[in-house]
Every structure is written in C-alpha cells, then in structure tokens.
Design a protein around this ligand. Structure first.
Ligand code: NAG
Ligand code: NAG
Length: 240
C-alpha cells in the first residue's frame, strides 16, 4: 500500500514538472538585423539619439521559441525592465543593439520591449542581466559581416544570390540558419535579418530546429548601404 502511495506521489510530481516544462521554451532565435535595411519601403527609421549606427548587423533580439515553431510571449509582467540592473551593458547595447525606430530615441523603448515580450519567457534560464549579456556575447561570437566579407560578399548596394549568402553564413558558423528580407524603396528584395539558433543556455549555437516563417527573399537580394532610404533624423526626412 505504502509503495503504491510513493509511486502515485512521484507520478503527480512528475506530471507537475512536465506541466511546468510545457510552459517553458525549447531554444532561442538570435535575430540580427542589417542596420541599413531596417528602413524599408513601409517603415521609416530614425537614428538613435547617441548617433548613427555602424554599417553592420545589429541585434534585434534573443527570442525563446518552441520546436513546433510557435513561441511564448510576454510571460511575466512582474519582472520589469530595470535598467539599473544592466547599467554596465548599456554602452555595448548602444553600439550593438541600436534602435532605428522613430521618433529618434535612446534605445530604452526597444530594449524594454524585447525584455517584456521575449526576455521574460526565458527566466528559467536567464535573469535580466544574463539575458542581455548573452545576446551581446552572441553578437561578438557571430560576426556576420566579417563572415560575409570573407566570402567576398560586401555591403555595397550590390545584388547577391541568396543561396550564396546563406551558404557563406552556414559555413562560417557551422550551423543552419534562417534569412529574412524586406522590400526597399525601389521595390527590391533586400537582406534584412539573419536568424541563428541557440540552445536554452543562450550560449551554444545549434542547427535551427525549425526555420522561422518569415518574409520570403527573392533569389537575388540587395545588400544595402545607408542612404537612399527613408531615413529620418530628429524628425527631418533625409533626401539622399
Ligand atoms: C507548441 O508547443 C508548445 C509547448 O510544447 C505548446 O504550448 C503550444 O501549444 C504548441 N503550439 C502549437 C501551435 O502546436
Ligand atoms: C533613456 O531615456 C529615458 C527617459 O526618456 C530614461 O528613463 C532612461 O534612463 C534613458 N536610458 C538611457 C540608456 O539613456
């Protein structure tokens, strides 16, 4: 009798753990956006108040995801975005995680949005400081621009075969990835975002368990430069 009790209680505990687990996540997408392509035909963009971002990839976010392709969001409203806890990371975030949204601002809105929508869903693995630190460490580990340059793919406003871009990155990091495009002012498909997959620890790159459903790229895509897009700076439209 007692044995059965123990088995039953163990079963209940096991069920409970499985339940908790179901609300967790399976892996991360580490999304980097090509800064000059953030300004597409529909979305105007503004340089952040601390200056024009580098002609480089910038972090978009570190997003908990499920193997089935869906993702948890806004998981814990009680764990707020507290910038005092990441003050040592802000200067690196300004450089590597620039906001391009309008009106021109200091980035806090972008980072707190990312924290509330995505960061609060990986609290079982990363607290707020480790979350932002993990994203910055990944940016340093995955130097997409260098990887592409090594294969002769330069950001010069030229057009490249999408497969060549994908192959170059997959060769550079040794894992499969996802790529997203958007449409520039002239109606061209342009390289916009690269998704690298990362295990739950937030530090090891893995093959993407599922390629994100994203806006499709053309076979030939533009690798844009800053300028000639609809960039707003402090509210004034640039006409380049
Ligand atoms: C995907 O998996 C998660 C976690 O296992 C589950 O909560 C969610 O309902 C699933 N979504 C779909 C669309 O199957
Ligand atoms: C950004 O500006 C807001 C006020 O608009 C301020 O609370 C916040 O501390 C600023 N953050 C940084 C990183 O400068």
């Amino acid at each position: 009798m007692r044995f059965i009790y123990v088995v039953l209680i163990n079963l209940i505990i096991f069920q409970f753990i499985t339940l908790l687990h179901a609300q967790d996540f399976d892996f991360f997408y580490f999304a980097q956006q090509w800064n000059p392509a953030s300004c597409d035909s529909k979305i105007k963009c503004c340089y952040p108040t601390n200056g024009k971002p580098a002609e480089d990839f910038g972090i978009h976010g570190l997003w908990p995801n499920y193997f089935n392709g869906s993702f948890p969001k806004s998981c814990n409203k009680n764990v707020r975005y507290d910038e005092t806890q990441i003050s040592d990371l802000i200067s690196s975030m300004q450089k590597n995680w620039p906001t391009l949204s309008c009106p021109s601002n200091n980035g806090t809105r972008f980072w707190s949005h990312e924290w509330k929508k995505h960061g609060t869903c990986s609290l079982s693995m990363l607290d707020i400081h480790s979350y932002f630190q993990a994203a910055l460490a990944l940016k340093e580990k995955v130097n997409l621009l260098q990887i592409l340059k090594n294969e002769g793919i330069q950001p010069n406003g030229g057009f490249y075969n999408l497969e060549a871009i994908k192959k170059a990155i997959e060769k550079g990091i040794g894992h499969t990835i996802g790529v997203e495009c958007n449409i520039d002012l002239n109606g061209n498909s342009q390289l916009y975002e690269v998704y690298v997959c990362v295990d739950k620890s937030g530090s090891n790159i893995i093959d993407c368990p599922i390629i994100p459903e994203t806006k499709i790229c053309n076979e030939i895509v533009e690798f844009a430069v800053f300028g000639s897009r609809n960039i707003l700076d402090e509210g004034h439209a640039y006409s380049l």
